[in-house]
Design a protein around this ligand. Structure first.
Ligand SMILES: [Zn+2]
Length: 91
């Protein structure tokens, strides 16, 4: 077996998309949350909260784990786009 890499020690960095990520602690872990203003939302995404589309041009939030999952290259690569209201309702 390969040695388990210590990637979970790597600190989270904010995305460079304007604004700063804030740390949110939820029952399932610590998450970095960054708001995506409408002007920066140029693509449509599928919201994991409701399985519906976040339309381009709609302000929403981008969420990723503070610590990368085991086996994941980086925490930021695990980011997900959520409707602001869906994220607020989760947990
Ligand atoms: Zn949603």
């Amino acid at each position: 077996m390969a040695k388990r890499p210590s990637k979970h020690l790597r600190p989270a960095r904010p995305l460079n998309q304007g604004g700063f990520a804030r740390l949110v602690t939820k029952p399932d872990g610590e998450w970095m949350v960054q708001t995506m203003p409408a002007g920066n939302a140029t693509k449509a995404y599928l919201c994991p909260g409701c399985q519906r589309q976040i339309t381009a041009g709609a302000a929403h939030v981008v969420v990723w784990p503070r610590q990368a999952s085991i086996g994941s290259g980086s925490a930021v690569a695990e980011r997900r786009h959520w409707h602001t209201s869906c994220w607020a309702r989760s947990n």
